[in-house]
Design a protein around this ligand. Structure first.
Ligand code: FE2
Length: 382
């Protein structure tokens, strides 16, 4: 139920330069801002790719002096960030450029905190010490290379403890990138399975944002258009990628991340649990669980699920038809349609449900979710 006596906040602040060739604006933009020694943060998988080498060469040709930092873990840990801060000092850097998927951008954003703040990174954890982030954050821009997390328009980072692997959130409004250079050409060479998994993450962000509780018509509008763009382009981007499909997926992923300031839901909670216990790729887990999550939510938001169906071009859309659409889509993308494909069985349901219940995403789900509900969702998806 909408409460019009409540004050809401709507926030769409990032400058996004989107389109083929946007990356060529990076060097001139940094110079315009008066910074010439960026620390370019990326992951080991990207650092050797042609487009990354070209980005660095282009910056040098423009008279800039970039330092590259790429020693980061697949799931970034605190020591990665502290090493990056040292690289910033050694390179006498004056700005930060995050290049990559979520990992590179999370580390870039966390290094930005440590540049002018002493001590251990976790001192500044969200809800614990974020009020201690009072000094200047260096000029920071982001360059996405996958169409998935949409982290480039976010203001938080997830970093794990090296020993316990416990994940902590670093969040501050000043960690928002000053500018995003979203160039679809950078995602052109992405492998098929990564395109499928990250693309489904983007689609699920839009879907869960649209279904999330709360009155946010601006996010709803963005999410529905994001669903439409992802729906009409994901199969092409995976199976026969071209500029049009890559462009639509890239903007859909940005739109998903903008829209989920409204909230996410039950699908992300079960996906997080599957990644924690079985190391499943985040987007892959979301893709598998999407139809099951929608069926669970149907009793409280049937009309919204039907709207999603009509946006996807499903004739006389209803919940069953929408769920079938996503089972078929997963088949088309080479993604399994149940958890048995990952050797997950009845004996795993209790621990999966407990971890999902502790996840922070489901409080914004349109239907309240308890432990027994989570067990039911997992059992249905075996
Ligand atoms: Fe996600």
């Amino acid at each position: 139920m909408t409460n019009f006596e409540q004050v809401c906040q709507y926030n769409f602040p990032t400058v996004i330069r989107f389109g083929k060739g946007a990356i060529l604006e990076l060097g001139p933009h940094l110079k315009e801002q008066g910074v010439t020694r960026p620390l370019v943060v990326t992951d080991p998988g990207i650092v050797g790719l042609d487009f990354f080498v070209e980005i660095i060469n282009e910056l040098k040709e423009r008279g800039l002096t970039p330092s590259v930092f790429h020693e980061i873990s697949k799931n970034p840990v605190k020591s990665d960030v502290h090493s990056g801060q040292k690289a910033y000092v050694t390179g006498k850097c004056d700005s930060i450029v995050g290049v990559g998927g979520g990992a590179g951008m999370d580390v870039a954003r966390s290094i930005a905190v440590l540049v002018n703040h002493d001590g251990d990174l976790f001192k500044y954890e969200d809800g614990v010490g974020d009020h201690l982030v009072t000094n200047e954050i260096p000029y920071m821009v982001m360059v996405p290379t996958t169409a998935g997390t949409g982290s480039e328009v976010g203001r938080s980072a997830v970093i794990a403890d090296d020993q316990t692997h416990q994940k902590k959130i670093i969040f501050h409004p000043n960690l928002l990138a000053k500018r995003v250079f979203a160039d679809p050409m950078l995602s052109m060479g992405l492998p098929r399975d990564i395109t499928a998994a990250t693309g489904m993450d983007a689609l699920v962000h839009n879907i869960e944002a649209y279904l999330a509780k709360g009155f946010h018509p601006m996010c709803d509008g963005i999410a529905l258009e994001g669903i439409r763009l992802a729906g009409e382009s994901i199969a092409v981007a995976v199976n026969a990628p071209d500029l049009v499909s890559r462009s639509k997926m890239l903007i859909a992923s940005l739109m998903g991340a903008v829209a989920f300031q409204k909230g996410l839901g039950v699908i992300h909670s079960v996906a997080h649990s599957l990644s924690a216990h079985f190391d499943l790729h985040h987007g892959l887990a979301n893709a598998v669980m999407l139809p099951y999550g929608l069926k669970f939510n149907a009793e409280v938001c049937e009309d919204r699920i039907e709207t999603i169906g009509s946006v996807l071009g499903i004739k006389d859309a209803n919940v069953e038809k929408v769920a079938k659409y996503f089972f078929d889509l997963n088949n088309d993308l080479g993604i399994p349609t149940n958890l048995s494909a990952f050797n997950i069985g009845d004996g795993d349901v209790d621990k999966l449900a407990e971890t999902a219940l502790a996840d922070p995403c489901h409080p914004s789900n349109p239907r309240e979710v308890g432990l027994e509900d989570f067990k039911e969702i997992f059992i249905n998806s075996l």
